[in-house]
Design a protein around this ligand. Structure first.
Ligand code: FES
Length: 221
């Protein structure tokens, strides 16, 4: 049986950098700059790669919707909306769509169905939000029924079959992921879904020290 092991993202990036340095110069110059950019400290991250933060409005990930705020009418039980956070970075409005971890699942359940370890104080009117990036090796999960575990709506990873229960803090109910996908605290404010802070736990592809550094930057902003 194949055993999947989550790799430390910092080590993974270093491997990429090492590999990139060994490739031909023609492709190397631009690619390497992009890769090295991924390990820059928080204050030099490009704005669209910043973590979601307090006050960010959730906007449709669907490009056809042109970055419009997600309408409450579109958040229905049994349906899901994919979104990105949009907020001010250095005074400018930015859709933070530069990394997969910022792609968000907005799901809605009857409030009584949401249970611990969901952070219930971080939900509103049955609406709960998670990162869409799988904690195993970083694929984007899809929300769909998962009848074998009795789930009408679960986050299912197309890569290696990881499954998360969105009603219970996105706990892993199947497959190899080592941890739940990260919950984003939200409130409904003025008909929009608004982030109340950054992710409540470590999302994929960021080390604990990078996460802590970026959170400190957000607190200072
Ligand atoms: S990337 Fe392997 S289960 Fe999601």
């Amino acid at each position: 049986m194949t055993k999947y092991v989550r790799q430390d993202p910092e080590l993974t990036r270093r491997k990429f950098i090492t590999a990139a340095m060994g490739t031909t110069v023609g492709v190397g110059a631009v690619s390497l700059l992009t890769i090295v950019g991924a390990v820059k400290p928080a204050d030099t991250l490009t704005p669209e790669k910043r973590l979601p933060s307090k006050g960010d409005v959730l906007v449709y990930a669907d490009p056809a919707k042109n970055g419009a705020p997600v309408a409450l009418a579109d958040i229905k039980e049994g349906q899901v909306v994919y979104a990105f956070p949009k907020g001010k970075v250095n005074g400018t409005d930015v859709v933070k769509n530069g990394v997969t971890r910022n792609q968000l699942i907005i799901a809605k359940f009857p409030p009584s169905q949401l249970k611990a370890p969901t952070n219930l104080a971080a939900t509103d009117q049955g609406i709960v939000v998670y990162s869409r990036q799988c904690m195993h090796l970083g694929c984007a999960v899809e929300v769909k029924p998962y009848p074998s575990k009795g789930l009408q709506e679960a986050a299912v990873c197309p890569c290696h079959g990881g499954v998360y229960d969105l009603t219970q803090g996105a706990k892993v109910v199947d497959g190899p992921p080592p941890a739940p996908i990260a919950q984003l605290p939200i409130k409904v404010v003025g008909g929009q879904v608004v982030a109340q802070d950054t992710f409540l736990s470590l999302p994929y592809d960021i080390t604990e020290s990078e996460f802590a550094t970026q959170k400190k930057e957000l607190e200072k902003a």
